[in-house]
Design a protein around this ligand. Structure first.
Ligand SMILES: [Fe+2]
Length: 137
């Protein structure tokens, strides 16, 4: 599940329906779904994408920041899961989660993915150039 679809869940929770009209079980279940979706996002990036992109000097700092953001979001998700959904602060934590996830997603989309795409293309082009030269020998 991508983060954007996770935001759909929180966006609908924030879209005007008062907290008191939501049954706690629905909120709890949405929080579980958020966590499962985020874990999937996190595993894919930390095990596959980030190690690949970490070879590029131009993305190293942003990758480090992304790992930190994942850890902070994990902590927030754990906190939300441990908070009863009918607790007054619960919806505030969900809003904070949404805001931090959007910030993280924006950082990935602006600072990591475009740079990594260029670096990967450059690496691939260099590899093809090398192979071409080897065939010319
Ligand atoms: Fe991420």
């Amino acid at each position: 599940m991508c983060l954007k679809s996770l935001f759909g869940i929180t966006a609908s929770q924030n879209s005007g329906s008062p907290q008191s009209s939501r049954r706690p079980i629905e909120s709890w279940s949405a929080a579980k779904e958020l966590r499962a979706g985020f874990e999937s996002h996190e595993l894919f990036e930390e095990e596959i994408l980030y190690p690949e992109f970490d070879q590029f000097l131009s993305t190293k700092v942003a990758i480090g920041d992304a790992f930190e953001a994942h850890a902070e979001l994990d902590g927030l998700l754990q906190e939300i899961e441990g908070t009863p959904a009918n607790n007054a602060g619960w919806i505030e934590r969900i809003r904070e989660l949404k805001s931090r996830m959007q910030e993280h997603m924006r950082a990935e989309e602006e600072k990591i993915f475009p740079v990594a795409r260029l670096e990967l293309a450059k690496t691939r082009a260099e590899e093809l150039g090398r192979r071409f030269q080897e065939r010319q020998k």
